[in-house]
Design a protein around this ligand. Structure first.
Ligand SMILES: Cc1ncc(COP(=O)(O)O)c(C=O)c1O
Length: 365
């Protein structure tokens, strides 16, 4: 049966060949395939927090009432809590089931078939995924050899079909920061500008204080990284109030669950403790960078996030990823333009760095 005779003829033609997003493998799927028991696998492939969440979250979830009741669709309490954390009025704030959901929601609001989105590559893969799901086209503007964004090339790429500029800051997978002056230049284009600050707590740099001054600046944040809540899925965005209203209107009802709300509340009460963990990760990032630099066959790039990207100078990044996986260390490799033969290590606890360095020394270039 050809696609035109089967169920495919009812499916959107542009989605028949859609590749989807290649998400990380869960450690439990690797049982028996690696040299260590599943519980000893070291996960350095998805930029999660190696310290987990605040113990207050575990305690509160154990006695969490109201699991039989839908959460507040208007996110009133959650938005108020986020107002306290960000210092930005709740009317600017919308929360999502992870910041991924907000990336998707923002693109759905602005992008339809034929529209163009400017993307500064290499960068986070979800921007492509959600733009193409909306029927939009990504216009790729390459970063320079140190992964800095090229503002004049972005401006030159603007056409009358351009509906948005997306910028991850710090960028994933490169860890690069874009200076505020460059972001201001992008805002000056008057196009909607989406700045993804998923790793803000590791960089300390933010354009959130500018959100209330501009009608085209949107900033996304998450609790997945600094607060260790990746599994509960909670992120938020700061928007001009008009855009926040539209997003609240088009979002799926009850999109942030009751457990996530409790987890945010407890995490914010324990923010000092969590930021202590963030400081430990930043210190470990420095140590890991030094260790990687000593390896002649890897070139690490400076990072303001909780991971380090390296160019693999001898050998294949894909093979290296596999050899590390065999030893029970999961990492991410990149081998599609513009990243040819790169590997990315999330920053773990000191013992994770020790195990990674030992394995890299054993594997060699
Ligand atoms: C730049 C960037 N934005 C957003 C996300 C998604 O975060 P969340 O877990 O909040 O969906 C990630 C996750 O890796 C990321 O790297």
């Amino acid at each position: 049966m050809t696609p035109s005779e089967g169920i495919e003829r009812f499916i959107r033609p542009d989605l028949i060949t859609f590749g989807g997003y290649s998400a990380r493998k869960s450690p439990e799927t690797l049982g028996g395939k690696v040299e260590v028991p599943v519980e000893n696998i070291i996960k350095l492939d998805a930029n999660e927090n190696p310290y987990g969440c605040s113990p207050r979250v575990n305690q509160a979830l154990a006695t969490c009432p109201d699991l039989n009741i839908y959460p507040d669709n208007g996110q009133t309490r959650l938005r108020k809590l986020l107002e306290g954390y960000t210092g930005v009025d709740a009317k600017h704030i919308v929360a999502g089931s992870g910041s991924n959901q907000l990336i998707d929601l923002v693109l759905r609001l602005f992008i339809s078939k034929g529209d163009e989105v400017i993307n500064c590559v290499p960068t986070f893969g979800i921007y492509r995924f959600s733009t193409e799901l909306c029927g939009g086209t990504l216009v790729e503007v390459p970063r320079d050899e140190n992964f800095a964004v090229n503002v004049s090339a972005i401006k030159a790429a603007i056409s009358e079909k351009t509906k948005m500029i997306i910028l991850a800051n710090p960028n994933n997978p490169t860890g690069t920061i874009t200076p505020r002056q460059d972001i201001l230049e992008l805002i000056d284009t008057r196009l909607p500008v989406l700045v993804d600050e998923a790793y803000y707590e590791f960089s300390g740099e933010s354009v959130v204080p500018l959100v209330s001054q501009y009608r085209n600046l949107m900033v996304l944040r998450t609790f997945s990284k600094w607060a260790g809540l990746a599994g509960l899925r909670v992120g938020y965005g700061l928007f001009p109030p008009k855009i926040a209203d539209y997003l609240l209107r088009i979002k799926i009802p009850y999109n942030v669950n009751v457990a996530a709300l409790v987890a945010v509340e407890e995490s914010l009460k324990d923010a000092d403790y969590l930021m202590g963990r963030v400081k430990a990760i930043i210190a470990e990032r420095g140590r890991l960078f030094g260790e990687l630099k000593r390896m002649r066959w890897l070139t690490p790039f400076p990072s303001q996030a909780n991971f380090i990207l390296c160019l693999v100078l001898s050998g294949e990044a894909k093979e290296l990823r596999q050899k590390l996986q065999d030893k029970g260390i999961l990492v991410r490799y990149f081998d599609e333009p513009p990243l040819r033969n790169f590997i990315r290590f999330s920053v773990g606890k000191p013992e994770h760095t020790d195990a990674l360095i030992k394995a890299l020394q054993k594997i060699g270039g």
